[in-house]
Design a binder for this molecule. Sequence first.
Ligand code: MG
Length: 275
Amino acid sequence: MIVFDFDKTLIPYDSFDILLQDCQIDINYFNNELVKPLVADGWDKYLARAYCLVRESQQRKTNKIIKSKLIEVGKKLKLYDGVTAIFDCLQQRAKEHEIELEFYLISGGLVDLARSTSIAQYFKKMWGCELHYNELGEIDFLKKQMTHTEKTRYLYYLSKGIDKKNERDLIYNYQDFPTEKVRIPLSQVVYVGDGTSDIPCFTVINQYGGIAIGVYPQNRTAQEWKHRENISSSQKLSNLVSANYQEDSEMMRSLLLAIDCISAKIALRKLSLGE
Ligand SMILES: [Mg+2]
């Protein structure tokens, strides 16, 4: 199982900013004049951003921000080089090893944007912040938030394979959950992310012996990766690579090696069980 973050991991930008631009909202004004005072007043940053966006839409007489706008913006999002081709390529490698491979997305951004991209078809499930739309399709309220720590909850969820109806008890008993009942052990999970919002997931993945891959922008170097100093030794990455997903890139080689590695782990486990 490979789990991807979205903003700045599969696309070069913050998708929320792209939505603002497309709605003719000045990003600096929005962040500094509208969001910043709320954050200073104790608001959670993402809630403040969503609130300001909803207010902006409500104050408009025309051009309200509607669901179809998010879909349109999602369709236009530019992916990092080579991203479109990775899924088939990685599936091919998994097939050679006779293992099953699933892709999931856990985004801290508005997941309706990610769901509208051409790569959405490859993901078994995509989670992120979700907006409620009113009867006219206008953005109305943030109905689901995906904070940094909330992201880890979905890793446990995927690992345990709990039905959606039981989503509530996701993490509370993970440690005591019998290994043989785990759907996919976290040691067989690859997590790919770029930043602060991914640090709790990197930690969980490391704790259970999975593979964490950090991404930095294509035109930068690993040394410049601004989150480097925030990654403590317990959160260490298996590799830190440039966001170039083209064939033969370090990213693709890392992902293919991760599949080889997990395949070997599965084979060893089967051998030990006498299968
Ligand atoms: Mg990100």
